[in-house]
Design a protein. Structure first.
Length: 95
């Protein structure tokens, strides 16, 4: 059973064997290689997570205005602009 949602990062309700429901976490993947992004997303979805992928940090701020992921995963080989965008988000969040 899925909860009605306004966006792709809204948590889904999943029924476990005992009949209880739990919320799954949303993960935003910032990965520029499409095959790597799809591999990660498919495995995370299989594990019960909601995934959102974006190829770069361009527009990341606008994306985060629409969705609120529980975790953001950034490619280790991300460009300097991606790392600057993440640092700005952290400053904005007061961390």
């Amino acid at each position: 059973m899925r909860a009605r949602s306004s966006g792709p990062a809204t948590a889904l309700l999943k029924r476990h064997r005992r009949g209880a429901f739990c919320l799954s976490a949303a993960i935003l993947l910032v990965v520029d290689q499409p095959t790597v992004a799809e591999f990660l997303a498919a495995n995370l979805r299989h594990a019960g997570f909601v995934t959102i992928t974006t190829p770069s940090c361009n527009g990341l701020h606008e994306l985060l205005q629409r969705v609120t992921p529980d975790l953001i995963v950034v490619d280790a080989e991300a460009s300097d602009s991606a790392l600057i965008a993440i640092a700005a988000l952290r400053r904005q969040a007061g961390r």
